[in-house]
Design a protein around this ligand. Structure first.
Ligand code: FAD
Ligand code: DHB
Length: 389
């Protein structure tokens, strides 16, 4: 089989890239190891920045987002006895949207189907070949076990941190930070107890109150690395959330409800550079991982493929390699900005057990909440920079 762009991975990066390429008149085939149902059900990100919403809208993917998503003006930042609202719209003119990655994924799959673009699920033994030549290819075993070969002009590695693409960039440099804590995340069938997200510093550890809809809440607790989710009963989770989020303070109440999903997520920062080798281009989690605090991972994946689609369309349709040649460098400017922001949010809000660190964190939080300059810095980064900077 032959296509113009072979895309490895049907997460948001791979599917959005396929969609944007098709709109620019470039064909692609997407290969995915998991089943369509598995990918669709994976619970992950929940927050879209302003530019991501604009991009999805301009690509014809905004209808359900606008109808079912929820626009937030900002976030609440809190520590014991204090809660402050940061109004991003007032500070920067930009808002964020609560719209689950599961929903973005459904919209992308529907758009791919409507466009007649091929997504091949449940492949195995995916291998990349001759990426530094003009005739790169991907081999894989299909669902029946038969070995297939996909020839392409370009391969896009959108296969996350565990896929084979990132290892196919020789002599890549990797920068990494592993954090000494994880998140216990729950999904609960209960109306959110807050209008906008609450990021809470607490001596027992960080807590985050997020949401997916008017009837579904998403909440997270800082826990030690290696925590077994089974060691946290539902009651223990709600008790810890109530303590850390300040149940009872100034009349605020956390309403518990049935927990439908419980998982532990390790936290790391990782940046691999360059994001290109010959005719292989990396995008999304294949090239970088951020810790979840600050909600940048999905947004970075969207920004990468906005740049990459433009570069590949210019190269394939107009034989103009300039954007492809600068893709890695351009993408990395945003990657490092978001890597810094995610690291900063993470280290400001998670307790380390060291009292000196705790005083510095509280001082930083007070400054962010009370200074317009401090609040604007957080707001600019959280609501996000324009995609084409
Ligand atoms: P992925 O979504 O990982 O997709 C990669 C795909 O490649 C997968 O479907 C995988 O199965 C497939 N694949 C792997 N190996 C192969 C192979 N050999 N061949 C073919 N396919 C392969 N980000 C935010 O912006 N905001 C948030 O609020 C946020 N919250 C998060 C909360 C949680 C709990 C988690 C886990 C993540 C969160 N993130 C958030 C991060 C975000 O989910 C990821 O950054 C995003 O999914 C990256 O998209 P991607 O397409 O690059 O990678
Ligand atoms: C969510 C995750 C985040 O990491 C974050 O900063 C905000 C929200 C969420 O899953 O809803």
């Amino acid at each position: 089989m032959r296509t113009q762009v072979a895309i490895v991975g049907a997460g948001p990066a791979g599917l959005l890239l396929s969609h944007l390429l098709a709109r620019g008149g470039v064909d692609s085939v997407v290969l995915e190891t998991r089943s369509e149902q598995y990918v669709a059900a994976r619970i992950r990100a929940g927050i879209l920045e302003h530019s991501s919403v604009e991009l999805l809208e301009s690509a014809g993917l905004g209808a359900r987002l606008r109808a079912e998503g929820d626009e937030h003006r900002g976030i609440h930042l809190q520590w014991p006895r204090e809660r402050h609202h940061l109004d991003f719209v007032e500070l920067t003119g930009r808002s964020v949207w609560v719209y689950g990655q599961t929903e973005v994924q459904k919209d992308l799959v529907a758009a791919r189907r409507a466009g007649g673009q091929e997504i091949i699920y449940e492949v195995s033994d995916v291998a990349l070949h001759d990426v530094d030549s003009d005739r790169p290819s991907v081999t894989y075993a299909d669902r029946s076990g038969a070995v297939q070969r996909l020839d392409a002009d370009v391969i896009a590695g959108c296969d996350g941190s565990f896929g084979p693409s990132r290892a196919a960039v020789p002599a890549a440099r990797t920068f990494e930070r592993v954090y000494p804590y994880s998140w216990l995340g729950i999904l609960a069938d209960v109306a959110p107890s807050t209008d906008e997200l609450i990021y809470a510093w607490h001596p027992d550890g960080f807590a985050l109150h997020s949401m997916r809809s008017a009837t579904v809440s998403r909440l997270y607790l800082q826990v030690p690395n290696g925590t077994d989710p089974a060691s946290w009963s539902d009651d223990r989770i709600w008790d810890a959330l109530a303590t850390r989020l300040g149940h009872g303070q100034n009349g605020w109440k956390l309403t518990p409800g049935p927990i439908t999903d419980k998982s532990v997520l390790p936290m790391r920062s990782r940046v691999q550079t360059p994001m290109r080798h010959g005719n292989l281009f990396l995008a999304g989690d294949a090239a970088h991982i951020v810790p979840p605090t600050g909600a940048k991972g999905l947004n970075l994946a969207i920004a990468d493929v906005a740049l990459l689609s433009r570069a590949l369309i210019a190269r394939i349709r107009e034989n103009d390699p300039r954007l492809a040649d600068t893709y890695s460098e351009t993408a990395q400017r945003r990657v490092w900005r978001c890597t810094h922001f995610s690291w900063w949010m993470t280290t400001m809000l998670h307790t380390s057990g060291d009292p000196f660190d705790a005083e510095l964190q509280l001082s930083q939080l007070r400054w962010v909440a009370s200074s317009r300059a401090g609040a604007t810095g957080l707001a600019e980064n959280y609501a996000g920079l324009p995609i084409f900077i």
